[in-house]
Every structure is written in structure tokens, then in C-alpha cells.
Design a protein around this ligand. Structure first.
Ligand code: SF4
Length: 260
């Protein structure tokens, strides 16, 4: 067995243990925080580079305007009105353009029904989604997993932080390499991947903050000797690019992750 294979086998078992520990601590989390697949898609765009609290306000505005359940109606809104409604989520002009592009994709591909739009081979759907303006890898994967029920693991800044602090992977690694690491390590079960990502976000928000709160953390027994590793600054900087993930809620002081 090569050293790489040994290491990857060992990382797989560590990730499975991390999931078991997080699951035991947090129980069922019921993600994604949305009532419908369309709401997942809208939330996945609005949550880029912002706290979930702002997204909740923006979703509330769209709901009050009577368009959150109807992709065509949302798309038909004049741009300035859509911008006003989603303003609480920040970067509202950029996000309005991105949201309209995604809604157009849902209308073109599924007649306005995201479930129909997301039917098919996940790899090919992912390629299609990544061609939509403003849809990056984390957004595409969130939509595929949480709106489409496809077996795709979502990697975010909390994932990188936890992997890096425990020495399980280089937190600066390419998004798809980290995604593949999780997907190869866990049974191919969208429900499990759904839950594991949610657990990582909860642990990240509660514990694995810029200054880690390891004492009492469900992953504390899995720390390397000497405590959490120092993260390379590049991994933090990479998470700040617009459209890529960053630990949501920290900027706005949101203590709890979005959950329902
Ligand atoms: S807070 Fe500490 S123990 Fe918990 S995930 Fe982060 S580094 Fe690990």
C-alpha cells in the first residue's frame, strides 16, 4: 500500500468518526433552512458572502411580495423592485443579476419548477449550473444537494477550517479535491451528506470560529497532539472572495446557524 493510499484511508475513517461525533452531539438538523426547493435555490444565491440573518429578511420580503413560490413571477419583477426586496442580503445589485440568471435557468429547463430542472445526471447538471451567471461551485453543490437531492458534498469555509485545524487536509486545496475527499470517504447517501455539511456549519459557527473554542467541542477528542493547527492565512483570504464561501454569520454576529 502506498503512503498516499494509507493516508487517504485514514482520513476517510477520521471523517466518518467526525460525522458520528457531530451527529451524536447535534442530532437531526433538518437542513436546508427552506420550505421549498425554489427557496433553497434563491437562498443559495442570496447567502453568498453574507450572514443568514440578512438572507432571512430578504426571503421574508420576497414571500410578502407573493413571489417566493413562483420562479416566473420572481423573474418578472422589474430589476429595481427585485433589488429592493433582496437588499437585506447585501450586494443586492450583483445578487439580483445572479438570481435572475438562476431563475431563467429554472424556467428554461424546468418550466419554472426547480425539481424538474434538477432532474438528471448530477455531473451534467453541475456543469450546466456552473455556466449560469454567478453560480460557483459551492452554490451549485448546495442547490444539487439540498434542492435536487443529488449525492454531492458541499464544501464551505467551515469545512476548510476544520480540516485544516485537525490536519486532515490542506485547507487551501482546490474545492473539487476537498469535495472528492468527502465523497470518497462516506457512503453515497445524499441524506448523510446533507446532514454532515449541516453539522460542520453548526460546529463552525458554535466552536470553530476565528479563535477556536475547542473545550467541549464534539471534535475535541480528535485534535492533533498539541491542539489545533494554525491555519495558513491564504485559506482565510481565499474564503473572502465574493461568491466563494465564508463562515456565514460571523460578520453579523449570528450565533446560531440557519436551521429549521
Ligand atoms: S473548535 Fe477545535 S475541536 Fe472544534 S472543530 Fe475547531 S479545531 Fe476542532
Amino acid at each position: 500500500m502506498t503512503t498516499d493510499r494509507r493516508r487517504s484511508r485514514s482520513t476517510a475513517s477520521l471523517l466518518r468518526e467526525a460525522h458520528r461525533r457531530l451527529r451524536r452531539r447535534y442530532g437531526p438538523l433538518g437542513w436546508w433552512p427552506a420550505e421549498t426547493p425554489l427557496e433553497v435555490c434563491v437562498g443559495a444565491v442570496l447567502t453568498q458572502n453574507t450572514s443568514w440573518a440578512g438572507v432571512v429578511r430578504a426571503l421574508g420580503n420576497l414571500r410578502a411580495a407573493g413571489v417566493l413560490g413562483d420562479a416566473r413571477a420572481m423573474l418578472a419583477l422589474p430589476a429595481p423592485r427585485l433589488e429592493r426586496l433582496i437588499r437585506p442580503s447585501g450586494y443586492f445589485r450583483i445578487k439580483a443579476k445572479r438570481l435572475r440568471a438562476l431563475l431563467q435557468w429554472i424556467v428554461d429547463r424546468g418550466g419554472g419548477d426547480p425539481v424538474a430542472a434538477l432532474r438528471g445526471d448530477p455531473a451534467s447538471l453541475r456543469g450546466d449550473l456552473l455556466r449560469v451567471h454567478g453560480v460557483g461551485r459551492e452554490t451549485a453543490d448546495s442547490i444539487l444537494l439540498y434542492a435536487g437531492g443529488h449525492p454531492v458534498f458541499v464544501v464551505d469555509a467551515y469545512t476548510r477550517r476544520i480540516l485544516g485545524r485537525h490536519g486532515w487536509a490542506d485547507p487551501r486545496a482546490d474545492y473539487d479535491a476537498l469535495r472528492a475527499l468527502f465523497e470518497a470517504s462516506l457512503p453515497r447517501d445524499p441524506a448523510l451528506w446533507n446532514h454532515f455539511h449541516a453539522e460542520i456549519v453548526v460546529a463552525g459557527k458554535e466552536r470553530c470560529r476565528p479563535r477556536p473554542r475547542c473545550e467541549g467541542c464534539p471534535l475535541e477528542p480528535m485534535l492533533p497532539r498539541g491542539g489545533p493547527r494554525t491555519l495558513p492565512t491564504a485559506s482565510a483570504a481565499g474564503a473572502r472572495r465574493f461568491g466563494s464561501s465564508r463562515p456565514r454569520g460571523e460578520a453579523a454576529g449570528q450565533a446560531r446557524p440557519p436551521s429549521r
